[in-house]
Ligand binder design. Sequence first.
Ligand SMILES: [Zn+2]
Length: 309
Amino acid sequence: MTRQYLTTSLICSVTDMKTIKGLIAAGLAETEAASRILRDESMKRVYGKYPELKDIDGKIIDIRKDRLIAVIDHDEKLARRYDIEEESLMSQREQIISDNDIDPEFDMEKSICTKCGDTGFVKGKDGTPRVCSCKQSELEECYESCGLGDYTSFTMKNYRDDYLGDAKKRSEIKKNMLRIMLGMGDAAEKPLWIYSGAPQTGKTYLSVCIAKTAISLGKSAFYTKCENIAALDDETIDDLKHIDFLIIDDFADDVTLHGDTGSVLNSVLEVRTASGLSTVLVSALPLADLIKGCDMRVSGKLSRAGKIT
Ligand SMILES: [Zn+2]
C-alpha cells in the first residue's frame, strides 16, 4: 500500500517497510512452485520418450506400497522378496538411464538458483552471508520501502574515499560506520552515534551506502531525513524502534523542535537505545551545538552518544 504525505519541503511517497528476509521468505513459495513445475515437465519429457522407464518407476512405487503392508504384517519373508524385486527393477532403471544418457536427477526438484540453492543468501569471502544476486528485485523492493528509493545510483562500489579530499579520514569514517552497523567494537556498548561533518562532504552518499550494505547483509535497516520522521505512518515508526540499523540524515537542532519531531525521535531513540540497536544521526552541525539546541529529551540522549570521527 502506498501512502502519500506532505512535509514542509517536499512530497514523498513511502510504502510499508519491508525487510529483505521477509521479502525473500515471501518469494520462497513461488520458487518452490517453479522448481516443482520444472521437475514435472522434466518427468513428462523423459517418460514420454522412454515409456519403459515410466513403467519401471510405476512398478517400484507399487512394490514399496506392498512392502510396507508386509512389514506392518510382520511378514519378513514377503518383505525380503519385495526387496529383491525392487533391487532388480532399480538396476534395470539405472541401465536405461545410463544407456540413454538421461539426467539421473530428472525426477527430482532442483534449485532454480545454483548459487544460493534458492535460500536467497550466499556466503561472502569473509564467511558472512549476503543476499544472492538472484534476489536483486527483492533488494530493490526492500531499498524502496526503507527510505532508499530515491538513491538508486548510490552504491558502495562507487563510493570513493578520495572523492571529496581527505581520503584517509573518509576511509576511517566509512569503517567506523560499518562497525557500528554491524554492532562491532564500541558499537556493541554504545547504540547511539553522531556523525557530524561539514556540508558537501559526502555524508548522505555514505549513509545511504551503509544502509544498503546492511540490507544486503540480511539486516533490517531504514534511512530517513530527520525532517521526514514525524510524517512517517505509525506502523513505520514502530518498525523503526525494532529494526537492526537506523540512519537519520540531515539531523539538526531546529528540526527536533518542529511539530512532533522531538517526541517521535525521543520515543524511537528511547526504545532503540534500551534494546542496544545501532542508530546513527548524521548532521552538518557540531555535536556541542546539537546538544545545546535540540529538544530537551533528545538532547539528553545526545550527550551520551558516541562520536564518529
Ligand atoms: Zn540465488
